[in-house]
Design a protein around this ligand. Structure first.
Ligand code: NAG
Ligand code: NAG
Length: 314
């Protein structure tokens, strides 16, 4: 570990001197450039060093946990790029992390270790994948233990690995919302009494006090009948939690495009510019169309090395 730090410090020191000489007033660039070396605990996975945040003040910090499986290497690699290429959210720190159960297979232990060394963005829980929904309990209850006291975040998200959030839009919508007893997502099922609605598993965010309450209520661990999001809804209702409940429909929705047989309904429509999150990105084609729509390919520079035709093919 210490040799890693030493190896890191030499180029960092040179970089610092270089910056101080060339750009004495531009510390934001310097901080962004340093982010990969600091262990990555507080800086999110932002690599967009060219667009410093409009304001250095931070309104809130979020642990954005994408719950996935150890062996979903391709999905993680796609999600990492997708989030790294987004513009940095204004005045918010959103730490994008991957949440997986214990690494039982030999190859996963080795290969996920390499990811951790490279990206430092993985949380490994003490659970097994077939542990029907003990995973939700394990996830939320681990957070206050892992980040106690001053390390606590304001919000914790539990995000599906087939959902794409636009973090800047998410930050803007949360900025004005409650910081306590808060529950944000897509209200499901659409047309029932709000009292019985819960947040769809596509992705939901709770305030940190809710994660603390889950951690302090071990009997929830055994209440996991039915779908995971339904069970979480039951916990919240029984505990009288999440009274500040915010449904983000129609800015959160399931993916739809003209090539699909499905039609528009209360939870599904075509991509829109002011999206907060789009769900059901089940294959590469849907990811590709979504990422192109949100201009993720915009950074592709002309080069003699390649010619890429990005127009949609029918
Ligand atoms: C898993 O268990 C080990 C040993 O009890 C503990 O050190 C570690 O913090 C736990 N991990 C999480 C994410 O809770
Ligand atoms: C993508 O970029 C184009 C060109 O700058 C712009 O007109 C369009 O609104 C952007 N799309 C979204 C979803 O932001």
């Amino acid at each position: 570990m210490s040799s890693n730090i030493a190896a890191c410090l030499v180029p960092v020191t040179i970089l610092v001197l270089f910056y101080l000489v060339l750009f004495p007033n531009n510390f934001t660039h310097l901080q962004s450039a340093l982010a990969p070396c600091d262990g990555g605990t507080k800086n999110g996975i932002v690599v967009d060093v060219d667009t410093p945040p409009a304001d250095d003040g931070v309104d809130f910090r979020m642990f954005f946990g994408i719950v996935t499986r150890a062996d979903f290497y391709e999905r993680r690699s796609l999600l990492r790029m997708a989030y790294a290429l987004q513009p940095r959210p204004r005045r918010a720190v959103i730490d994008v992390r991957f949440v997986i159960c214990s690494l039982e297979k030999e190859e996963d232990a080795v290969l996920v270790s390499l990811e951790i060394i490279t990206h430092n963005d993985v949380l490994v829980l003490n659970c097994t994948e077939n542990m029907n929904d003990g995973k939700t309990y394990e996830y939320f209850s681990s957070l206050p233990r892992l980040f106690p006291g001053a390390e606590a975040y304001d919000y914790a998200g539990k995000i599906d690995d087939d959902t794409y959030y636009r973090l800047d839009a998410l930050a803007d919508t949360l900025r004005t919302k409650a910081r306590r007893d808060m529950w944000h997502g897509f209200l499901n099922p659409c047309h029932i009494d709000p009292e019985w609605q819960y947040m769809s598993g596509m992705g939901y965010i709770v305030s940190w006090d809710v994660a603390e309450w889950v951690a302090a209520t071990p009997e929830l661990r055994d209440d996991h009948e039915g779908m995971e999001d339904e069970a979480f809804g039951r916990w919240m209702r029984k505990g009288g939690k999440g009274r500040n409940k915010y449904g983000e429909e129609p800015r959160m929705y399931d993916y739809l495009d003209a090539g699909m047989r499905d039609g528009v309904n209360c939870f599904r429509h075509e991509l829109v510019a002011d999206t907060v999150a789009v769900h059901k990105l089940k294959d590469r084609h849907k990811w590709a169309r979504t990422l192109r729509f949100f201009n993720a390919t915009q950074g592709l520079k002309p080069s003699k090395m390649y010619h890429v035709d990005l127009t949609p093919k029918i």
